[in-house]
Design a protein around this ligand. Structure first.
Ligand code: BGC
Ligand code: MN
Length: 352
């Protein structure tokens, strides 16, 4: 008996350590790695709060209304902004449908063009019945996704019009077959769109994400907004707290203040985490709608191989915020066309 006791304890403690290890591992794998939280913990920063927008909705619309008034008085030449004849659109758009049906197929671009006679060249729209409160450039990084383009446009134009926005859709296509640089394309879209029209709000949007609810307003609130917070392929859950990918909204001023996106993320991943870091570094924080509003369907596509350098870039990001962005970007616009349903910018990107 005296010989057996220590053995029993040994077996018990081995079993217990196995159980503990299994628990720890399953915990670690059930949540996705949050790269920014990691960077922050290394830099010993205080965790930041995510602003729940359900509490803020009314002050946002009020403020955005004032913003539109002020910038109109600040001397833009656009007659619809200066005109006092039309009333300002209501803070809450009256035509919203709520939950939407999602079509993963769409008519051809030619057919779609025929169903949108209301659009001005370049896919421009502004409500006929009132003065829009928001001038929004929807910026889409693009390459080789013809099958998604028509589905996206088919879904989005009606949503944006029900939201009574003064908007345009910019498709920013990267030339050549080098590594895709999503962040640089978004920088290009922002800079080029401002040459076309005095926008006050940018929405950066993956072409494969379709909003499932039109109460998810494509506007820019006081704080940068992460919009695609509940995606079907991620079980409608945020994979990690600081995520800022998919669809995000920044005012033109906020975007300029953070020096836009980094130009150094070639290949998949990390550029949105770097923007999340910039936003926070400059004293902003992410705002989000409730999860039942910020729902999206993702269209299927082959996944790019992740960029193995992204963690290094992210970790050293802070050193480059002031020198790596819209103030240092190198690109050449090969073509810009005002098509019927969108503005197309074909661009060559250069490392800076
Ligand atoms: C990447 C991000 C991406 C996110 C969600 C992260 O690991 O760094 O760029 O948006 O995963 O897929
Ligand atoms: Mn995608």
């Amino acid at each position: 008996m005296t010989v057996c006791r220590p053995k029993l304890w040994k077996y018990l403690s081995i079993t217990l350590s196995f159980v503990l290890a299994a628990q720890l591992l399953s915990g670690a794998f059930s949540r996705k790695f949050d790269p920014l939280a990691y960077v922050m913990s290394v830099h010993q920063r205080i965790p930041w709060k995510i602003w729940n927008e359900s509490l803020q909705a009314s002050s946002e619309t009020y403020q955005m209304g004032n913003g539109a008034e002020t910038s109109a008085q600040e001397g833009t030449q656009d007659s619809s902004l200066l005109s006092k004849e039309k009333p300002l659109c209501p803070p809450v758009p009256p035509y919203l449908a709520g939950r939407l049906t999602i079509n993963r197929t769409a008519p051809s671009l030619e057919e779609l063009e025929r169903t949108h006679p209301e659009l001005e060249p370049g896919g421009r729209y502004r409500p006929a019945e009132c003065r829009a409160r928001h001038r929004v450039a929807i910026v889409i990084p693009y390459r080789d996704r013809a099958q998604h383009l028509s589905v996206f446009l088919f879904h989005m134009h009606p949503v944006l019009q029900r939201q009574q926005l003064d908007y345009d859709i910019y498709i920013i296509e990267q030339a050549g077959s080098g590594k895709f640089n999503r962040a640089m394309l978004m920088n290009v879209g922002a800079l080029e769109s401002l040459k076309q029209y005095p926008y006050d709000c940018f929405i950066f949007h993956d072409i494969d994400l379709l909003p499932e609810d039109d109460r998810n307003l494509y506007t820019c609130p006081e704080q940068p907004r992460h919009m695609s917070i509940a995606v079907d392929t991620l079980n409608y859950k945020l994979p990690y707290e600081n995520i800022f990918g998919g669809v995000s909204a920044l005012t033109v001023d906020q975007f300029k203040q953070v020096n836009g996106f980094s130009n150094s993320f070639w290949g998949w991943g990390g550029e949105d985490d770097d923007m999340s870091h910039r936003v926070r570094y400059y004293g902003f924080f992410l705002s989000r709608y409730p999860a039942h509003i910020g729902r999206y369907t993702m269209l299927s596509h082959n996944k790019d191989a992740p960029n193995p350098e992204r963690f290094d870039k992210l970790y050293n990001g802070e050193k480059r915020f002031k020198t790596d962005g819209i103030n240092s970007i190198k690109y050449k616009v090969l073509d810009i066309q005002l098509r019927r349903l969108f503005t197309w910018v074909h661009v060559e990107l250069y490392p800076s």
